[in-house]
Design a protein around this ligand. Structure first.
Ligand SMILES: [Zn+2]
Length: 472
């Protein structure tokens, strides 16, 4: 994904202090770096780590596939997701962030931007750090009265500044300024966030117009479309990553291009929530006008899996199917998942391509799987071939965090156990019953109904282990 888009064959990558130090033949580099630890990727495809610019890490992972898919987006968010977020403990936040980090890495995603629905940012930072993923995050930021975690603008900004001070702005885990956006933040909060991001030299993100619901609020507030309003109050600019920005008019597209504002597109979520991406989408038009666009996967219950190659496939397919004048193809979508995504989040000089001097964020695909047999054009195979299950090893900052499909820093059995346990308690606290459309019948009941022998002592057993919990 370097500017020439060369596919380097038979190439060895030398990594020193977490950075790509040299590219060449194994023989030459063994001579230059004698005794170096080796990760044998013979016959494999190696790509830069993928970038997911819009990935919620909490609440949804503990209620995976538990929100129905035939309700509107407002109901999915305010009747289901927000109450779950509101009941999250610090331990829930840490466990669900670990789950998100773990499954992202297993699918070759090495960098995520958490869009700010986090009750306990330091616990999420701790959970993500344990997995080894690169991430940017902060906490809830909205100032509409009566909503969970809402506070006056000054208080929201003070909380966010505290997290930036704690986490810094440049490490593997670092802080952005994260507002909820939509029509749920005041002008004062957006303007304060823009000033804060400038002063602390960090970036910011918020949601706008995934569907049409945000538009009337801004019409009432100022008589303008949402992004035009943001332009008028001076908060657009290269430090801002807008989550979604799907429903835009021409003036809003102009404002984004003129101000070099970035956009994170999460096509899977727009499809799952039925938000009208195929009708309204201007993302390809933005790309053609030079805007910085990244891909995202949004939340688990909006898209179900943080798999950026799947997002790339959907983005490409929808562009082709819509009959865009100059549609995006797989090679461009792979760039959105890597180098262009990196540019959109301000890390274009650091990650997104395999070039000397960049951080060693690498994904090794095992090409012995049928999906790679025989080998074709790499970008076509990566985007259309759905090869995420063949991610074998993942390297972040030169550290091997997944090896032979095993997370190196996380005990997955413990994580799975805690996810089940924390999920059980979270649902009990909120009184929410996960959606199940079809009846569930225990085998013992099945046998009783069909006249077969019922197992002695068979009964419904509560999930989870007994005794003292070791989960956070
Ligand atoms: Zn979101």
């Amino acid at each position: 994904m370097a500017p020439g888009r060369e596919v380097l064959t038979g190439t060895t990558i030398a990594v020193v202090d977490g950075r790509i130090a040299a590219l060449g033949t194994a023989e030459t580099l063994r001579g230059r770096y004698p005794g170096a630890t080796e990760l044998d990727a013979t016959g494999c495809v190696v790509t830069p780590g993928m970038i997911n610019a819009h990935q919620h890490t909490t609440a949804d992972p503990l209620t995976r596939s538990g929100i129905p898919d035939d309700i509107d987006a407002q109901s999915a968010i305010f009747d289901w997701a927000v109450p779950l977020h509101n009941a999250h403990t610090g331990g829930d936040d840490e466990i669900s962030a670990m789950l998100t980090g773990a499954e992202s890495l297993r699918r070759g995603v090495t960098t995520i931007i958490e869009p700010g629905t986090v009750a306990h940012p330091m616990r999420v930072a701790a959970g993500l750090r344990k997995t080894g993923i690169r991430a940017r995050l902060n906490g809830w930021g909205w100032d509409t009265e009566g909503l969970p975690f809402s506070a006056p603008a000054a208080e929201v900004l003070a909380r966010q500044e505290e997290i930036v001070t704690e986490l810094g702005t440049t490490g593997r885990i670092a802080a952005w300024i994260t507002l909820l956006g939509h029509d749920l933040v005041s002008d004062a909060l957006m303007q304060g966030a823009a000033e804060l991001a400038e002063r602390l030299d960090t970036r910011m993100t918020w949601h706008i117009s995934p569907g049409q619901n945000d538009i009337p609020g801004y019409a009432e507030r100022s008589g303008n479309r949402p992004v035009v309003h943001m332009h008028k109050i001076g908060v657009l600019g290269p430090r801002l990553l807008l989550g979604h920005a799907v429903w835009l008019d021409d003036d809003e597209v102009d404002a984004i291009v003129e101000t070099d504002t970035a956009v994170a597109s999460s096509p899977g979520a727009y499809l799952r929530l039925g938000q009208g991406f195929t009708r309204a989408n201007r993302h390809v038009a933005l790309i053609r006008r030079g805007a910085r666009i990244a891909l995202g996967c949004d939340s688990h219950n909006a898209n179900d899996v943080p798999d950026i190659l799947r997002a790339a496939m959907l983005f490409t397919g929808l562009s082709l199917d819509r009959g865009d004048e100059n549609p995006v193809h797989a090679h461009e979508a792979l760039a959105l998942a890597t180098i262009d995504g990196a540019r959109a989040i301000g890390l274009g000089e650091e990650i997104g391509s395999i070039e000397v001097g960049k951080a060693a964020d690498l994904v090794v695909f095992d090409t012995s799987d049928p999906v790679w047999t025989p080998r074709g054009d790499e970008a076509l195979q990566l985007v259309w071939g759905a090869p995420s299950h063949t991610v074998r090893d993942v390297v972040v900052d030169g550290e091997i965090v997944v090896r032979d499909q095993e997370l190196q820093n996380v005990d997955y059995d413990d994580l799975r156990q805690c996810a089940a346990e924390n999920s059980h308690h979270l649902l009990r606290r909120t009184g929410i019953t996960p959606f199940r459309r079809w009846p569930r019948i225990a085998a013992a009941d099945l046998e009783a109904t069909s006249g077969g022998p019922a197992a002695p002592g068979a009964e419904h057993r509560a999930a989870g282990k007994t005794g003292e919990s070791a989960c956070p």
